[in-house]
Design a protein around this ligand. Structure first.
Ligand code: ADP
Length: 539
C-alpha cells in the first residue's frame, strides 16, 4: 500500500493526494478491501481498449425517451483529445429542439410513466444496479475520462469512477428514507379543534442538470444520484468539452432497466442547449455546476418560470499553514491542494497563506513538488499531470500567468506553458503577490498557486475571507484549538483540517457567497430535489 503522508489516521475510504515518498512525486490512493476486490474484478472483466476505441469511434447520439437519436438539426460537434489537440469523437449537437423533445419525454415519464409508480425500494434497486454496472466497467470509464478530459488514467481509475460508483450506492440508500414529519399544531383561533398535520417530501418534477468538464462522470453522478433517489426525471447536458462518459453512462441506465424518459442526455453547447434547458418553461428545477459567470446567466434564464435553482460555482480557496505544523505533511498537502486535477477543481487551494517564520521553507517545498510533477499524456501511467482540458483553458491560464508576472509576481516554479503540443501548463508557484492582483483575486482554474506570508492571525482571517468566493479552505496546524477556531471564522462551505480534497458521498459540498446556492451530496442535497407538502386534516 502506498505511503500515507497526511498526519492523521488512515480513514477506510478512498484518499488521494501527492507525497514525495522516495524522492518522487506520487499519487497515492488507499482503498478498502472491497473496493480493491471490485476494481481487480473490473480490470479482469473489462480489458477495455477495444471497448473504448469502439465506443469512441461511434457517432454519438442524443438519448431521448430511451432512444438514441441524431440532433434535430443533423449537426455534430467534435470533442478533442487535450493531450494532442486532435479530434477524438463526433457528437450529435443538441439544441433548443432536442431540449424540447427531451423535456417532453421527461415530463411524460414523470407524470404518466412507470417511474412514478415504482416503490422507493424498486427505485433504490435500479440505482444500485446502475452503480454495479458502472463498477463492472470501471476501467473503460476511466479510459474514456482520461482521453476526453486529459486527466491521468490512474487518477480516473482511483478517484473519478469509484467516487461515482459510491455516490450512486449512497443515494440508492436514501430512496427508501425520504420522510416527512408529523407536526403537533396549536391553531390559536380554533380553540378545542383537533388536527392531524404532517409533511410529505415529493419530487420537484422535471429537473435540468448542466455539468462541467473537470470531473465529467463524477459531476453527472453528483447530479443524477439525488435527483433519481428522490423520484425526479432528468434532462442532463454534459459539457461540450467532455461528453463521452455521460453518453456511455446513458447506455448503462438503459442496461440497468430505468424506464424510458427518466434520464435523457443531450450533449451540446452551453449557449444553445444549456441556455434552452435553463430557460425551458416546463422544467421545474435546474441544477448547475460551472463558472460563477454562467451561474448568473442560469439564474436569469430560470426567472421566466421561477424554476428552483441550485448552483455549485467557482472558488478561490485559501489554504493556511501555521508554523507549528508537520512540515512535510503540510507541504505535500499544499501541493496536492492546488495541483490535483491540474488545478481544475473549483475548490483548489489556490491561495496559500503561510506563517512568515516558515514561509520560505514551505514555498521551497511546494516548488520542489511542482518541479517533480511529471507532466504528459494522462494515458501514460508514469505521468502525474495531464493537459488542461482545452485550448481555451490553456490560453486563459497562460493569460493569468502573464498578467501576474507583469504585475510583479515571481514564479519560483513553472510559470509558462509546457511543450508546444497539447494543452499542458507547468505546475506553478507564484510569490511576491498581493491582494490586488488578478492572480490572487480571480479563479484561474489551472495549476497555479499564489503564496503569501502572514504574521497576525486576525489579519489572516480577513485576508482569507477577502474573496467573492467561499467554497473551501484548508488549515494546517497541530494546535486543535487554533484549527477549530479558524474553521469557524472562515466563510467557506468546506474546511479541511490537515488534509485537502477529501470528498465523500455523505459529506455535503457547496459554497458560501458567490460560490453557489445549495449543497451537493450528503442528505442536504435531498432538499434541493424535493418539495415539502404540508397536509392538515381536521379530526
Ligand atoms: P467553463 O467556463 O469552465 O467552461 P462553464 O460555466 O462555461 O465552465 O460551463 C459549465 C457548463 O455550463 C457546461 O456544460 C457549459 O456547456 C454550460 N454553459 C455554458 N454557458 C451556458 C449558458 N449560457 N447557459 C447554460 N449553460 C451554459
Amino acid at each position: 500500500m502506498p505511503e500515507m503522508r497526511y498526519n492523521f489516521q488512515q480513514p477506510p475510504q478512498l484518499l488521494i493526494g501527492f507525497s514525495v515518498a522516495r524522492g518522487s512525486l506520487r499519487l497515492h490512493h488507499l482503498t478498502s478491501a472491497r473496493q480493491e476486490k471490485n476494481m481487480a474484478t473490473a480490470l479482469k472483466i473489462a480489458p477495455p481498449e477495444d471497448k473504448v476505441s469502439r465506443f469512441v469511434s461511434k457517432t454519438h447520439k442524443i438519448l431521448i425517451n430511451g432512444k438514441w437519436a441524431d440532433a434535430a438539426s443533423g449537426k455534430t460537434f467534435p470533442t478533442y483529445n487535450p493531450a494532442t489537440g486532435e479530434v477524438l469523437a463526433q457528437v450529435a449537437e443538441g439544441d433548443r429542439e432536442d431540449i424540447n423533445r427531451a423535456v417532453k419525454a421527461a415530463r411524460t415519464a414523470f407524470e404518466n410513466g412507470p417511474w412514478s409508480r415504482l416503490t422507493p425500494s424498486e427505485r433504490a434497486r435500479l440505482i444500485y444496479k446502475l452503480a454495479d454496472l458502472l463498477e463492472d466497467n470501471l476501467e473503460e470509464f476511466a479510459e474514456l475520462e482520461s482521453l476526453d478530459n486529459g486527466k491521468p488514467l490512474k487518477v480516473a481509475r482511483a478517484a473519478d469512477v469509484p467516487l461515482a460508483v459510491d455516490l450512486f450506492r449512497y443515494m440508492s440508500g436514501w430512496a427508501t428514507k425520504i420522510e416527512g414529519n408529523t407536526i403537533p399544531i396549536s391553531v390559536p383561533y380554533a380553540a378545542g379543534a383537533k388536527f392531524l398535520a404532517y409533511t410529505l417530501r415529493e419530487p420537484v418534477g422535471v429537473v435540468g442538470q448542466i455539468i462541467p468538464w473537470n470531473f465529467p462522470l463524477l459531476m453527472a453522478a453528483w447530479k443524477l444520484g439525488p435527483a433519481l433517489a428522490t423520484g425526479n426525471t432528468v434532462v442532463l447536458k454534459p459539457a461540450e468539452q467532455t461528453p463521452l462518459t455521460a453518453l456511455r453512462l446513458g447506455e448503462l441506465f438503459q442496461e440497468a432497466g430505468f424506464p424510458d424518459g427518466v434520464v435523457n442526455i443531450v450533449p451540446g453547447y452551453g449557449e444553445t442547449a444549456g441556455a434552452a434547458l435553463a430557460a425551458h418553461p416546463d422544467v421545474d428545477k435546474i441544477a448547475f455546476t460551472g463558472s460563477t459567470e454562467v451561474g448568473k446567466l442560469i439564474l436569469h434564464a430560470a426567472a421566466g418560470n421561477l424554476k428552483k435553482v441550485s448552483l455549485e460555482l467557482g472558488g478561490k480557496s485559501p489554504n493556511v499553514v501555521f508554523a507549528d505544523v508537520d512540515l512535510d505533511s503540510a507541504i505535500a498537502g499544499a501541493a496536492s491542494a492546488i495541483f490535483f486535477n491540474h488545478g481544475q477543481c473549483c475548490c483548489a487551494g489556490s491561495r496559500l497563506y503561510v506563517e512568515d517564520s516558515i514561509f520560505d521553507k514551505v514555498v521551497d517545498g511546494v516548488a520542489e513538488h511542482a518541479n517533480k510533477i511529471k507532466v504528459g499524456s494522462g494515458q501514460d501511467d508514469s505521468n502525474d499531470m495531464g493537459p488542461l482540458v482545452s485550448a481555451e483553458q490553456l490560453n486563459r491560464v497562460c493569460g493569468y500567468l502573464e498578467s501576474g508576472i507583469s504585475e510583479g509576481a515571481r514564479a519560483v516554479a513553472g510559470g509558462s506553458r509546457h511543450g508546444d503540443k497539447g494543452y499542458f501548463v507547468k505546475p506553478t508557484v507564484l510569490v511576491n503577490t498581493n491582494e490586488k492582483m488578478k492572480v490572487v483575486r480571480e479563479e484561474i482554474f489551472g495549476p497555479v498557486v499564489t503564496a503569501i506570508p502572514f504574521r497576525d492571525p486576525a489579519e489572516l482571517v480577513k485576508q482569507a475571507n477577502n474573496s467573492e468566493y467561499g467554497l473551501a479552505a484548508g488549515i494546517w496546524t497541530r494546535d486543535i484549538q487554533k484549527a477549530h477556531r479558524l474553521a469557524s471564522q472562515l466563510r467557506a462551505g468546506t474546511v479541511w483540517i490537515n488534509c485537502y480534497n477529501i470528498f465523500d458521498a455523505a459529506l455535503p459540498f457547496g459554497g458560501y457567497k458567490q460560490s453557489g446556492w445549495g449543497r451537493e451530496m450528503g442528505h442536504e442535497v435531498l432538499e434541493q430535489y424535493t418539495e415539502v407538502k404540508a397536509v392538515c386534516a381536521a379530526l
